[in-house]
Structures are given as C-alpha cells and as structure tokens.
Design a protein around this ligand. Structure first.
Ligand SMILES: [Zn+2]
Length: 309
C-alpha cells in the first residue's frame, strides 16, 4: 500500500549540476503518476529506476518550457518502444496544440492512443478518479495559466491485526476480504466477524503539488491537511519583491502556505540556479514551518499508513 513521491528534477528555468528541471513521480498503490515533465525527465527515470512503462497519466501544471520540454522525447520513446497502452495527459489550454504540432512537425505518428485532457485553470475540479485515487485541480497564481493538483487516496481500507493472520492462518484472499470490510469464512466453516480481525480504517493519504505560483491565500483550502506538500520556493526571502513580480514564491511563502494549510510535511523545490548550497533555503523555511525538507533529485518521500486514533 505504497504512497511515495520521487523527485526527478527540482531546478527552475535551467538545469544546474545535480538538479534537472521540474518532474516527479507519485506512486499511489502501484499507480505511477508523472507530474510535470521538464527536459531530461526520461533520463532521470533511468537514473532513478522508475518503470516508465507503468505511467499512464501525466499531469502538467503549466506550459512554461521548464515544465514540458521533456514531453517530446518521452512520447517519442514510448512510440519507439512499441507502447500499446493509451496515455492521458492533463494540463491547461494550449497543451493540445503544443503536442499535436510537435508530433506533426517531427513526423511522429504514435502507435498508441494519446488523450490530452484540457483542465480549466480557473475552476477547481476533479480531473481524474478511480476506485482508489482522486486527483483535484485548483488555480495557482503564476504569470501564465497554472494549475495545482491534489492527489488523494479514496477507499477506506481496514487495517488487519497482524496477530490474527497467524492465529487463524489467513490466506491472501481472506486478508484482502477483511481489508474491504467483509467477514471471513474459515475452512472449518466458522465465520469470523470483520471487527474481530481488523482495526478502524486507515488514514487516507494525500499529496499536493504547487508549482509554479506566487503565494496566495486563495489555494490554501485545496491543499488543507495534505500529508505532503511540494511547494515551489524559487527564491530566498530577500528576493520577495522579485518573486512576486515573476509569479514565484520564496522559502517563507512556501512555509507560510504549509503552516496555514496544516500539512504534514513541506518539501521545497523549483530552486533558482543562483543557489548552489540549499541549506540556507531550508533554514529559512524551517523558521516558519519546522517539518520541512529539501526537495532533491532522486530523493523519495514516503507517507506511511497509520490507523486513525
Ligand atoms: Zn513557470
């Protein structure tokens, strides 16, 4: 029941040594969601052993090149690799002609179905939903239309009591049934009530992605109580003026958003290339929101399952 974010790139505008452009993978129960696709994304997937073929959904925040220039190479590689599964890409208006023209002018005829779903950058909406996961979009404040995404677990699976597995020699199917709230019939015919072998439902985990954006109270309700928040922090606090002008955030902005939204953990990222040592950025953010970590290429952030108290 994995819920894990892997950062593939966290540099803004241009790559620097060790930091590629925006891209990350969120693995929710073996569903792999790609979020943004900066140049070099597929190289990073190789570096960090991400199973590229398992990605069926891509979420694009906005159309600045540092968030989408990895798409041409990735879509082409899928084609050369004889991909057959359909691929959905979600993003703001303009994404469709960008991709269509790129494919046309480079004589690329895809052998798999590509669906480009335009997401309204002004109206929050559920953009994707299945039995286990819901993805909601919300407006950010950037120089161009930009979308934030929140990924949430949906189903309230119960928590099996480990000792009961041994006591009744429960097999895979029985454990699965119990997790979904069913009673269990043992081979002896005895029926175990669900309450006997399970604890209350797990906490439903969530992740929010805010990049690129200037700080605004307007998106706080959409990221409220997320276990993990990735919030861009392009600049340090002494560049507040420039950040605002360019539709970006500082470390303090990111930490303020994390605090106001009461998130579990803040991950910084989308750093300006001027910063080589990132520790001062971390220290600044921590002065407002203690549970902050640096986003770094190749770093993984897991959210563990916990039972509700
Ligand atoms: Zn941007």
């Amino acid at each position: 029941m994995i819920f894990e974010l892997s950062i593939l790139g966290c540099s803004s505008a241009i790559p620097v040594r060790g930091r590629y452009l925006s891209s990350q993978i969120l693995n929710i129960r073996q569903r792999y969601f790609l979020i943004d696709c900066g140049e070099g994304t597929q190289y990073r997937m190789l570096d960090f052993k991400i199973p590229k073929s398992k990605i069926n959904k891509i979420f694009i925040s906005h159309l600045h090149g540092d968030h989408i220039y990895g798409l041409p190479g990735l879509l082409s590689s899928y084609n050369i690799g004889n991909r057959k599964k359909s691929l959905n890409i979600y993003g703001p208006a303009g994404l469709n002609p960008f991709i269509e023209n790129m494919l046309d002018y480079s004589y690329n005829h895809l052998g798999y179905e590509l669906k480009i779903i335009t997401v309204d950058h002004q109206i929050p909406s559920v953009v994707y939903e299945d039995d286990d996961v819901k993805v909601t979009s919300f407006p950010l404040r950037h120089r161009v239309p930009a979308i934030g995404y929140k990924f949430e677990e949906k189903s309230k699976l119960k928590n099996i009591i480990p000792e009961k597995i041994e006591e009744y020699s429960l097999d895979y199917n029985q454990i699965r049934a119990a997790k979904y709230g069913n009673d269990i019939v043992l081979s002896s015919g005895v029926v175990l009530k669900n309450e006997e072998v399970t604890l209350p439902p797990k906490h439903l985990r969530s992740y929010a992605y805010c990049s690129d954006t200037a700080y605004s109270k307007s998106y706080i309700p959409y990221i409220k109580n997320a276990d993990l928040l990735y919030h861009e922090s392009t600049y340090m606090a002494n560049m507040q003026e420039k950040a605002k002008m360019r539709g970006h955030s500082t470390t303090i902005d990111a930490a303020t958003a994390a605090k106001k939204a009461n998130v579990g953990k803040l991950i910084l990222g989308h750093y300006s290339s001027r910063y080589h040592n990132l520790n001062p950025l971390l220290e600044e953010a921590k002065s407002v929101f203690e549970n902050t970590e640096l986003g770094l290429d190749g770093k993984k952030y897991k959210v563990e399952l916990t039972t509700d108290e």
